[in-house]
Design a protein around this ligand. Sequence first.
Ligand SMILES: [Zn+2]
Length: 70
Amino acid sequence: MLTSYLVRCPHPDCRWSGCLLPHEHLEAWRGALPDCSETMFECPRCRRSWQARIVGDDVVPLPLELVESN
Ligand SMILES: [Zn+2]
C-alpha cells in the first residue's frame, strides 16, 4: 500500500516540505532487512532525490551523499 509522508527536502538551499510518496523502495536490491525500510524521495522543487528511513510513521532522512559539491 502506498503511503505519503510529510517530509522536508534536506538540501540546504531548498528545504521544501510537504507530503510525498516514496519514490522507490530500496529493499528489493538491498536484500532482506526487515527492520530497515529505506526509500527514496524526489523533491518536486529542486528535483533532487534523497534517501530516508521510514520508522513507524516518521521519516528520518539519511545523510546526503557528498556527490553535490558547493
Ligand atoms: Zn529540494
